[in-house]
Design a binder for this molecule. Structure first.
Ligand SMILES: [Mg+2]
Length: 239
């Protein structure tokens, strides 16, 4: 019998892509003073977003992976993306730090639940124990969790960056099972990432539900739904 539902945050409950797009545009505007054209500022902004998702070239990895402090990493990334080749002037560490803060503020301001998601989990919690399991550094995930007051809507919150291992590792799902006081067979995990959410759920013996708005084919997930509010169909199929 289903007793607990584990939920991913980004792209499952909240529209992270929308927040990223808005922040990226505002960031490019803000960075314009350092670049000769809007195109250069836009390229800079796109490269920064890729960088903070650790989508880096081998050369960048060699420079940045040893930096363990997320704040320092992002500030230095801004500096290196801005200079010396394509910017009109060198970006100082302080200016880079200000830009980083500007990006974070823009992003968090428009970070929110998908339409209907909050209301849906409020109803869901009447019957199930809810545990949020979100991957990512404390630097980015704590402000998001606070922004949407997720602790008011779920029973437990687990942030990957605060754990020894993130999804898809078993230890993080074991922690969620322990917090919820249920067996793996009594829980499901819902998320948008095949590699982290679905593979992780499957390896831990949980029912896996894939948020798949593009309706792509994938044999790994037990179920797939276009958005979180459609989870009720899965639950009624299970019971
Ligand atoms: Mg996600």
């Amino acid at each position: 019998m289903l007793k607990a539902i584990f939920l991913d945050l980004d792209e499952t409950l909240c529209d992270t892509t929308k927040a990223n797009i808005v922040a990226k545009e505002q960031f490019a505007e803000k960075a314009l003073e350092f670049f000769p054209s809007k195109t250069d500022a836009t390229n800079f902004s796109n490269a920064y977003l890729k960088g903070i998702y650790k989508d880096l070239t081998p050369e960048q990895k060699a420079i940045f992976f040893p930096i363990t402090c997320e704040e320092t990493f992002r500030t230095k990334l801004i500096q290196s993306l801005g200079s010396p080749n394509n910017s009109v002037k060198e970006i100082s560490y302080q200016e880079a730090s200000d830009l980083r803060e500007y990006y974070d503020a823009s992003r968090i301001e428009c970070f929110d639940f998908f339409d209907g998601a909050k209301e849906f989990i409020v109803k869901l919690r009447e019957n199930y124990t809810l545990v949020l399991i979100t991957n990512g550094p404390v630097y980015s995930q704590v402000p998001k969790v606070e922004r949407v007051s997720i602790k008011d809507f779920v029973d437990h919150v687990i942030i990957g960056g605060q754990e020894p291992e993130e999804k898809p590792y078993k230890s993080i799902f074991s922690k969620a099972l322990k917090l919820a006081g249920v067996q793996a067979s009594e829980a499901m995990h819902v998320g948008d990432s095949i590699a982290a959410d679905i593979v992780g759920a499957n390896n831990s013996g949980l029912t896996s539900v894939w948020i798949n708005p593009a309706e792509l084919e994938n044999e790994h997930a037990d179920f797939h739904i276009p958005d979180i509010t459609q989870l009720k169909k899965v639950i009624s199929q299970l019971s």
